[in-house]
Design a protein around this ligand. Sequence first.
Ligand code: G6P
Length: 608
Amino acid sequence: MCGIVGFVGNKKAAPVLLDGLERLEYRGYDSAGISVIENGKFKIEKTVERIKNLKDITNNGEDITGTIGIGHTRWATHGAPSFENAHPHISANGKITVVHNGIIENYMDIKSELIADGFKFVSETDTEVIAHLIQKYYNGDMFDAIKKAVDRLEGSYALGIISLDKPDTLFAVRHFSPLIVGLGPDGNYIGSDVTALIKYTKNAVYIEDGEIAVLTADSAKFYNKDGKEIKKEVSVINWSIDAAEKGGYDHFMMKEIMEEPEALRKTIEPRIKNGEIYFEGLKLSKDKIKHIKRIVITACGSAYHTGICAKYMFEELLRIPVDVDLASEFRYRNPIIDNESLVIIISQSGETADTLAALKEAKARGAHILSIVNVVGSSIAKASDDVIYTWAGPEIAVATTKGYTTQLAVLYMFGIYAAKIKESADNKLLGELVSELSNLNKKVEEVLELKPKLSDLAKKFCQEQQVFFIGRNMDYATAMEGSLKLKEISYIGSEAYAAGELKHGTISLIEPGRLVVALNCYEDLSDKLMSNIKEVVSRGAFVLATAFTGNEEIKKYANEVIYLPKVHPLLLSAVEIIPLQIFAYYISLHKGCDIDKPRNLAKSVTVE
Ligand code: G6P
């Protein structure tokens, strides 16, 4: 999704902007641009290629000497990726430039009005109206003009604005799109997320909806939506710059897979005390948990898949119904929520627009909102009644890996915690689960050793056109995520099927040589899965199966077996997904795909 950066200070702005944009590349984009004020004029550079192109044409930004500027990575919504549509956009009189993340829903009405006023448009974007609108309202006071312009906008926006009439001031506004201000020793920064800032400063101010930041080289002022100055809290970012760099790996995705044991340890260890799960500062009271009659989990993408795993686990341990909803459906479905329901929101970034909207919908209906989030201070974290953080550190690769496993870890812990309070599961079982959880990182570490084998297998299958993942129960939940991982980064068509459903359709797609990944670690249903394997093998499929170490039987039917250390079935997905993440990585590598930034995808989807 679009990313914005901005800088005003005592050093050249362009190198800072380009560095920030490069760090936001992971969000997904198709064009980019910067605007810097230099000798009383705008120096604007744009590209429909990678940021590297902008760096090449500006000598890494060093050829531009101005000390105030804004930059943008664009993920096209209104108008194709093109030079004209790339941000920054400039006002008709050439005096104001704007970068924008979000969507202006009423831009057509404003555009018609501006055209009637004589403004000429050069792009198809919704953003261009903002630059012209500020010009229209400008009467010698930029703050006032910006305020009047944003009062007219409907939709979502984070804006960075600079003007030739006020060349020492960077303005930033937020409404439903993420925006952070960084306060540094040599100037002040804006960014869509902390990765754009952490190289320069750890002091961040999280801007809230409706607020405006007014920054100069040595001052930072903040205003609420009524234009009244407000004091804002300065938070210290606890992520290190190393965590947001590749650290010797070719791709962030592999680095993040290798970080999974440590991320799991950091997420789980502090929450186990004397053999029991403990969540510091949880507002959700034990009494409330006792009376919960239903859990609704809502999320998007991989986070939604962790919800499906949780459904299997929660229903087993809590014996109450658990619904898992795609956030984009939940909000438009008149969901049934009452004060005996608990709504769990899952989001790595904490900024996914659909998930945030679902949260607001559930909150408006009176539900207690417990969210599972990775990014501290993110919009979802702030809007929730309770947050349990996944301490995974920054996740840069678009395809989530450590984000996924740490979300599972939190869900597992919450399931055990709630079951203990509700007295709905056997204490011995809960004890076993806690002790397995504290060893989960070691099991994942063991699985990482399968890398060479998975790379060899991937070489064999990287030219496939279509792959099927099958499984039952927890294996099925994992199959969905394994299949998503593969298709999102390798562009190979892939489908996950509940193995029992094969006969109801998919089996007609099995032909000689078709790769079927059969997940077979959910041992209670292993015999049934084995029959499904036989069905596809007899139609010529090549079966790559997972199984726990010691399962010799599977070798009789599957062509290849990935052996995994044994883990309790309720905690299975956190271990079984690892080889599937690695397999997807290597397939994509051997195919020569852009692993960290797959085409058309965005890490953080901040539009509906
Ligand atoms: C995007 C990403 C997915 C991610 C989903 C939800 O689609 O490409 O990898 O699972 O958003 O993101 P969230 O940050 O809310 O977990």
